[in-house]
Design a protein around this ligand. Structure first.
Ligand code: SF4
Ligand code: SF4
Ligand code: FES
Length: 520
């Protein structure tokens, strides 16, 4: 627990966290100090002067809040006339050459220049000469579109490339009103986290080619999610919207702060993985080449299960803990073998020691915690002895070529529960659509043994079931998510004081015993 100190803001006493600068300390109790260049992940640069405040203790009349540590007893002035005047003047300087692009700017609705103009300025322009013109719609690499006219030269993008990715592609060249952000000739932005620059840019100078003009941000609904792109489990905000007569669609993933997991950022691959949530989905149940309604497909599955003396089951390492435990109970009830074999989800050498992991699955740790065997040879042996494989969304095409798969499934029928209609669905005797990660709730354990939960963000017109529900429909003794969660408590004593939807926002760090799969 961080130490608290008391100080005064406009004469009113507030209690804030010690050891922070004034922007963060006072911001945490809901008092805004306007700023452009400071960002907690990048530190203070002191270049925008938007954060100037007064301190009544004999210091100079104005100090930058981003560079001033909060101290006990400090008297901070935000509403004095000379502070208002400086906020005005800084806004005027920022806006002198800024184009009035707001109606066509992709940042409208989340632009700090717009927001601060409305809160601190609202003055008409006094410009009598032509505005400086600069480059617009410039390709800066990695899907970033730069508009030099809108830039307020806060240098966040420059600092991100130097401090976070250490790739240093950007710099500010020229002086005064000719100053602009540039990349070195012939070397545009080229790093795996580049799209964070778009989030960091406080105005519409850095925009995303992927997102531009697809939605106005005020139409988007926001939900908390966990990226399923790799074992890091970065925290994201899922932004989605349902246009009239259309399905609910995701328009972007944005990073969501979790100091324990991903800090302020996510990788671009994870960010773009929202496309997969929208596209290529298995939407109807099929038996062979025939379309079946869900109830008929389920009945056919139950029939296959009841007449198969030996059943092998496999699940995806992306399944939530609740789904895993439901499938495990089903397998135990039916006397089926259960595998979490998923070597194909590992992309050796791709991890970068920062966020991106070799393991492209979200819950491999969960397999270990629940004691689900993932060995390839064991899976192949079990499969060889079974008449039926029930596959819970394990994309075996990652681990085998098509001829290898056809050979493996030569004498074995496959029931496939799949979120996507890929090569595997065509090989299934029965294929049943299931929810993708944004369409249900559950919990996962990441590569650092942090248990995190995620909740349903997107509701389709015809909501597909999650694997936990499907397992229940196929006869799992764990019929509800609450029952699945209480079963999990047998494996994870850390859950004893929590319910399914009350896990702490930053996640729960598992004890060494739990992480090494010792059951409670
Ligand atoms: S492009 Fe955006 S982030 Fe970069 S300096 Fe300009 S305003 Fe700041
Ligand atoms: S590092 Fe992994 S979990 Fe994080 S955003 Fe990228 S793919 Fe997703
Ligand atoms: S935020 Fe303090 S000078 Fe820019």
């Amino acid at each position: 627990m961080a130490d608290k100190i008391k100080l005064f803001v406009n004469g009113v006493e507030v209690e804030v966290e010690a050891g922070k600068n004034l922007i963060d300390a006072i911001g945490a109790v809901g008092i805004e100090i306007p700023h452009f260049c400071y960002h907690p992940a990048l530190g203070s640069d002191g270049n925008c002067r938007m954060c100037l405040v007064g301190i009544e203790d004999g210091r100079p009349p104005l100090v930058p809040a981003c560079k001033t540590p909060a101290q006990a007893g400090m008297k901070v002035l935000l509403d004095a006339a000379h502070i208002k005047k400086i906020q005005h003047d800084v806004m005027e300087l920022e806006l002198i050459n800024h184009p009035i692009d707001c109606p066509i700017c992709d940042q409208a609705g989340e632009c700090k220049l717009q927001d601060f103009y409305m809160s601190y300025d609202k003055q008409p322009s006094r410009m009598t000469v032509a505005q400086v013109k600069k480059g617009k719609k410039l390709d800066y690499g990695c899907g970033i579109v730069h508009d030099q006219e809108r830039c307020v030269l806060c240098a966040r993008c420059v600092r991100f490339c130097r401090q976070i990715t250490k790739t240093g592609e950007l710099g500010i060249v020229n002086r005064s009103d000719a100053a602009q952000v540039e990349f070195f000739p012939g070397r545009p932005i080229n790093n795996r986290y580049a799209q964070n620059i778009v989030d960091l840019c406080p105005v519409g100078a850095m925009t995303s080619a992927d997102f531009r003009f697809k939605q106005r941000v005020w139409f988007l609904k926001r939900a908390k999610g966990i990226c399923h792109g790799c074992a890091k489990g970065c925290n994201i905000t899922i932004e989605h919207n349902r246009e009239k007569y259309q399905e609910d669609r995701i328009y972007r993933f944005l990073p969501r702060l979790n100091p324990q997991v991903n800090g302020y950022f996510i990788c671009d691959k994870g960010r773009y993985s929202y496309h997969k949530e929208n596209e290529g989905r298995l939407t109807v149940a099929r038996q062979g080449s025939q379309v079946r309604n869900q109830a008929d497909a389920l009945a056919a599955c139950n029939q296959e299960i009841s007449r198969s003396p030996k059943i092998a089951m496999i699940l995806s390492p992306n399944c939530s803990l609740e789904e895993m435990v439901a499938v495990k109970s089903l397998a135990e009830k039916l006397g089926a073998t259960l595998s979490g074999f998923s070597d194909g989800y590992i992309s050796a050498g791709d991890g970068d020691g920062y966020l991106i992991q070799d393991d492209k699955s979200a819950n491999r740790a969960g397999l270990g915690i629940l004691g689900i065997n993932s060995n390839r040879a064991v899976f192949e042996k079990d499969l060889g002895e079974a008449q039926l494989l029930v596959n819970f969304n394990n994309d075996l095409t990652r681990s085998y070529t098509e001829p290898e798969l056809r050979a493996l499934l030569k004498d074995t029928k496959m029931i496939l529960a799949a979120s996507h209609d890929d090569g595997l669905a065509a090989m299934a005797a029965i294929a049943i659509p299931i929810a993708a990660a944004s369409e249900y709730s559950g919990s996962l354990v990441n590569c650092d043994n942090i248990l995190q939960s995620f909740t349903k963000a997107v509701s389709k017109n015809h909501d597909p079931v999650d694997i936990g529900t499907l397992a229940a429909q196929l006869g799992s003794p764990l019929q509800t998510r609450a029952e699945q969660f209480s079963e999990l408590r047998k494996y994870l004593s850390v859950l004893k004081n929590f319910e399914a939807d009350t896990l702490p926002a930053e996640g729960l760090k598992l004890t060494d015993n739990e992480a090494t799969h010792v059951t409670a």
